[in-house]
Design a protein. Structure first.
Length: 525
């Protein structure tokens, strides 16, 4: 405080030769438009410099600009020999603080410049509490602003140019994985998403409820060197300043770590199952027994989930309770063979063959077992019969398709875009097709409504949407690091220049290491 007071007392006013004044490398303003300097020079020429610039003495008998770089540039353009200055001795920390405050008060710094200014002050040792007090902003605001610097370069440029809002950037910056940040940022920019749309994407897809985790969230050594979810700084309850709009403290903000822990738990359970003589259903063999996108076993599966309620039991007991005797190890081995499986959503289940379970219940004299076996046998027979009919139908359709293809090869395949689009709509994930149709100013309704809309659609629109659908689902299903080769091929056919987009993507890929460095710096603080 005494140092600042002495500096204030030593301040003075003077005319200084313009060539004795140097620019500051730490000025938070990086973008100065030449046309604005021209306008300011015209004004100074007509009425003079109304507000002197603020400088501080430096080595070599020169002065560094603290505030007033644009006024200095305008005077230099006018070839003025001297410029009016307030000379105020100050250290680097105070000088940067004054620059940031002066620029913020002018309210024409872009958000990235503002964020860079805050970060410089924090890097110099100023605490976030002290910084918040000095500039009159909340700590959560400063935290969110500095997180903008972790965005991909294309996203930062979009914020500077106004193509992406600062608030949308705040939501994207919450995603701690650089690759995922780039994906969401590119989608937000490409589709001109609103803040609410970006928020919805982040909150629904990248923030995960730890209470629904299929692993022990309090276990600290599930991943080497990674803390438990309870102690993790990326849990909303441990980062309240960044997530003050999320009241739930048990939300994970790192989907990649969440997925890695889920994988680690699965491998641990597989190792354990092998030691207990359980069979393991891997990948497709496991998933085909579950209802898509859920953790529920299909009703027509020949397995039952040990932790689900037996559908034939009026007392609504779980299979594990009904078969407790059969599952007790005898001579190191259980009477019933169990299977370890993983659902499409990652949950881990112990399964048993339905036939084995029902026969075991019958051996133990369970009342409903005999009727259940009869019902199940009848369903199995009906399923097998239905499968035979489906196979015959598929063969018949394959025969017709072969004839269709032969006709198409002879040049009779025109005017099929609407039919192909209807077919694509049936197989493309709904979340992809909804976005694609909206991009082309069409809105999907019920299956019948969508079918009618496509039938009345211009074939050029149908072809455009069809291409969009196929490429969008390709991007949805695959993790590309560059533009897909087929998309480049289409652009070449249509003479569309891809060089600028490729350059932007390369800058995002190259910025990953920088994002990690900035993230590590924040963690150390």
């Amino acid at each position: 405080m005494d140092n600042k007071r002495s500096q204030k007392q030593a301040s003075s006013f003077s005319l200084i030769p313009i060539d004795k004044i140097v620019l500051s490398e730490s000025n938070p303003r990086k973008e100065i438009k030449e046309e604005h300097i021209e306008e300011l020079a015209t004004s100074i020429k007509e009425i003079g410099l109304l507000h002197p610039i603020l400088v501080r003495p430096t080595a070599n008998n020169s002065y560094e600009i603290i505030c007033g770089e644009r006024r200095w540039r305008a005077c230099k353009k006018l070839n003025r020999e001297f410029i009016e200055c307030f000379i105020h001795p100050m250290d680097d920390k105070l000088a940067l603080q004054v620059r940031i405050i002066e620029n913020i008060q002018r309210q024409n710094l872009n958000p990235i410049e503002e964020a860079q200014g805050y970060k410089k002050l924090l890097d110099q040792g100023m605490s976030i509490i002290e910084l918040a007090s000095v500039i009159g902003k909340g700590r959560d605001y400063i935290s969110r602003m500095t997180m903008l610097l972790s965005l991909p370069e294309a996203a930062k440029e979009a914020i500077i140019t106004g193509k992406l809002s600062r608030r949308a950037g705040w939501y994207i910056a919450r995603i701690p994985v650089p690759k995922l940040r780039a994906i969401v940022a590119s989608e937000a920019i490409a589709k001109s998403l609103t803040v609410n749309q970006v928020a919805q994407i982040v909150l629904e897809n990248y923030l995960l409820d730890l209470r629904k985790a299929y692993f022990a969230i309090s276990k600290p050594d599930l991943l080497p060197g990674v803390p438990s979810c309870i102690d993790c700084p990326k849990r909303t309850g441990n980062a309240k300043e960044l997530f003050n709009d999320i009241k739930d403290p048990m939300i994970c903000t790192d989907p990649e770590c969440f997925a890695q822990k889920r994988e680690a738990e699965w491998h641990f359970q597989c190792y354990k199952a092998q030691s207990e003589n359980k069979e393991i259903l891997f990948a497709e063999e496991s998933i085909k027994h579950f209802v898509p996108g859920t953790s529920r076993i299909k009703s027509d599966s020949h397995f039952v989930d040990m932790e689900e309620v037996c559908e034939w039991d009026k007392k609504e007991r779980k299979w594990s309770s009904l078969l407790i005797e059969e599952l007790k190890p005898m001579n190191g081995k259980a009477l019933l063979r169990t299977y370890l499986a993983r659902s499409p959503v990652g949950s881990i289940h112990t399964l048993i063959k339905k036939e084995d379970a029902l026969l075991a219940l019958q051996r133990h004299g369970i009342a409903f077992a005999t009727k259940a076996i009869k019902d199940w046998t009848e369903k199995e027979n009906n399923r097998k019969e239905r499968k035979k009919k489906e196979e015959f139908l598929n063969l018949s359709c394959s025969s017709l398709l072969q004839k269709v293809c032969e006709k198409v090869k002879r040049g009779n395949g025109r005017h099929f875009y609407n039919i192909l689009l209807s077919l694509a709509l049936r197989i493309v994930p709904r979340e992809v097709s909804t976005v694609v149709f909206q991009r082309h100013q069409y809105k999907l309704g019920t299956q019948e409504e969508s079918q009618t809309m496509i039938e009345n659609m211009d074939e050029k629109d149908s072809l455009a949407i069809l291409l969009d659908l196929f490429f969008s689902v390709d991007l949805y299903l695959n993790s590309y690091t560059n533009i897909p080769p087929l998309l480049i091929q289409v652009c070449q056919v249509l003479e569309i220049d891809t060089s600028k987009v490729i350059e932007e993507i390369n800058s995002v890929n190259q910025s990953t290491s920088l994002s990690n460095i900035l993230s590590l710096k924040r963690k150390r603080k």
